[in-house]
Design a protein around this ligand. Sequence first.
Ligand code: SF4
Ligand code: SF4
Length: 478
Amino acid sequence: MNVAEATKIEDKVHDDSFRDRMVTIDEKGKRKWIYAQKPRGRFYNIRSYVSWVFFIIFFGLPFVQVQGRPLFLFNIPEAKFIIFGKVFWPQDFFIFGLTMITFIVFIILFTAAFGRLFCGWVCPQTIFMEMLFRKVEYLVEGDAASQKLLKKSPWTSKKIFKKLAKHVAFFLLSFVIANFFLSYIIGVKQLEKIISEPLAKHLGGFTSIALFSGVFYGVYAFFREQACTVVCPYGRLQSVLLDRNSMIVAYDYKRGERREKFKKKITAEIGDCIDCFQCVKVCPTGIDIRNGTQMECVGCTACIDACNKMMQAVNRPTGLIRYASENGIANGKKLRYTGRMKFYTVLLVLLTGLLTILLASRKDVDGTVIRAAGMLYQERGTDSVSNLYNIKIINKTIKDIPLILKLENAPGRIIEAEGRPIAVPKEGQGKGSFFIVLPNDLIKERKLKLEVGLYSGGKKITTLTTNFMGPIYRPGSK
Ligand code: SF4
Ligand code: SF4
C-alpha cells in the first residue's frame, strides 16, 4: 500500500461527518425505523443466558422476604428504602447519599475500564428490548427482511393479525413488567392487595400500574433504541467517561481497510473487511461500527458475532470487530490500568470504607429530644426544678418497642407526661412528652447538658442529649 492510499484510508476512517446527524433520523427529520437482523453467535448465546439470570432475579427478588419485609424496597413517595433487608429512613439520608456517590464512582471507574459493558450485558432496557420484546417480534413478524416486507405490504387480514398479535403481546409483557416494577416501590404484599381488592380502594395503585404499563409499552413498541441513544444520561456521559484505553466494541480498521467486496484473490492492498454490511444490519441502534467509537453503540456485541461469522465464511481470522481499546487498535497496545483508573480506585476504596463505618455504626432506634417551645422552667416545691421536653423516636426494627427513659448523667428524675412508657411501633415513629426534674443544689449553671438513656426490656438502646434550663441557686439563696 502506498502513502497516498494509506492516507486515503486514514481519512475515510476518521471522517467524522457521519456524526452530524443521527442514523435514526432522515434528511426530512423523520424517524428511520431500525430493522435489526437477529444476531447469531457465541456472544449472543452467552447474552441470552445472562438475560435468563436477569429475568430470574428481576421477577424473583420482590418475593424474597427477610424477617417479614422485602429484601429491597424503593418507596420514593414515602421516603422509605430497604436495602438488603435494612430499613433506611430520611434520617439516614447521608448514608443513602454516600451510597449514591460510591455507586457513581464505581460506574465511572467501571466505564473508564470496561466501556459500555453494563449497557450491552445487564442494562434492563437492553435486556428487555433485545432479549424479550425483540424475540417476540421475530417470533410474530419474522426476521428483519420479513418485518420490512410486512411494513410495506397492504393491510390484509394477515398483516392486521400479525400487528395485533405483536402489540397485544407487547402490552401484556409491559403490564407484567409494570406490576413487578411497582412491587419494588410498594412491596409485593401491597401489590397483592391492589390486585385482589376492589378498584375503588386502590385508585392510586391502579393508576400507577396503568401508567407504568403505558410507558413500558410506548418504550418497547415505539421509542426503542432512542431510550439509549437520546434519553439515557449514562449513554450521554460516554464521551467524558471513555478514553483511548477503555475497552469498547471496536473495528480493527488497520486490519479491515481497505475494505472491498469479497474476492478469492487477496492482494496486499485489500483489507479483511469484505464490506458485507452484516455488522450494520444486526446493529439495534443502526450504526456502522466501522466509523469508529460512537455514543450510539450500546456494546451489545451483535456486530462481533455477525463479523466473526463472515470471517469464518471467507476463511479469514475472526476478531475483525472485537473488544479492544482505541489505543490497542491504533498502536497495538494492550488494555492497561491507567493513572485515571488508579485515582478512581483509591476514591472508591475510601468511599466504600466510609460507607462501611457509617453502616456499622447506624442505630436501629434513633430520635431527638428538644425542650418544649416557649417554656422556661418550672419550680417544683422548694427543692427542685423541672423542664418539659418533647421526644421523637424512629424505630427501624420490625418489633414494637415500649421505651423507658432514664437520666444518665445526673441524679434527677424523669416523669413521663402520660404516666406510661412511650410506645414506638415497628418501622414507625413514636413521640411523647416528659419532665426532667433536678434538685436545686445541682443547678450551678443556667444551661446544663443532660443525657437521656432509652431502655427497652431492661436493655439500653441508645442515648440522646439535651439541655436543661434553670435558675442558678447559690448557697444561702432560697
Ligand atoms: S455497533 Fe455493535 S456493539 Fe455497538 S450497538 Fe451496534 S451492534 Fe451493538
Ligand atoms: S461484518 Fe465484518 S466484514 Fe462485514 S462489513 Fe462489517 S466489518 Fe466488514
